[in-house]
Ligand binder design. Structure first.
Ligand code: FES
Ligand code: FES
Length: 161
């Protein structure tokens, strides 16, 4: 029997304690044992951003992380950003701006955008493009995605003015 470890971490606001093999990829842990399928497997090798999650507030690629790296961390997946009833502003804005086509890249995009907006509430288009540059989308050409992030930025800016 292969060795297992016990991990304790926070997942979408809930404390989690589980036993798993230390070499399990975080992406597989989330999608398999945890039943959270928002993070997608695109390339599986750190190139596409489809598997992005927030780790202590920073976007990370879950296909390149091993379960043992979760110990004591705060993990947020796209499911933890918002719900259908109460979406995160970026989730609502992507839908409103027609920026979701096949949707495969969307969870990773929301993670990258949420990280940006948390640190830079009113980014310019260049900063948005830079923030999502690690997330590949085959469908939209990025213009609507950038529009969607800018729309959240404008709303936030109005609230802050
Ligand atoms: S699946 Fe992780 S970066 Fe592509
Ligand atoms: S919406 Fe299809 S890959 Fe981005």
């Amino acid at each position: 029997m292969s060795k297992t470890i016990t991990l304790t971490f926070t997942l979408n606001g809930r404390q989690v304690r589980l036993e798993t093999r230390p070499g399990t990829r975080v992406l597989d842990l989330l999608r398999g044992e945890m039943g959270l399928t928002a993070a997608k497997e695109g390339c599986g090798s750190g190139e596409c951003g489809a598997c992005a999650i927030l780790v202590d507030g920073t976007a990370k690629l879950s296909c390149l992380m091993l379960a043992a790296q979760l110990e004591g961390r705060e993990i947020v997946t796209a499911e933890g950003l918002g719900t259908v009833e109460h979406p995160h502003p970026i989730q609502a804005s992507l839908a409103e701006n027609g920026a979701v086509q096949c949707g495969y890249c969307t969870p990773g995009m929301t993670i990258a955008a949420a990280e940006l907006l948390a640190h830079t509430p009113c980014p310019d288009r260049g900063e948005v493009r830079e923030a999502i540059s690690g997330n590949l989308c085959r469908c939209t050409g990025y213009v609507k995605i950038v529009d969607a992030v800018m729309a959240v930025s404008r709303t936030t800016g109005e609230k802050n003015s």
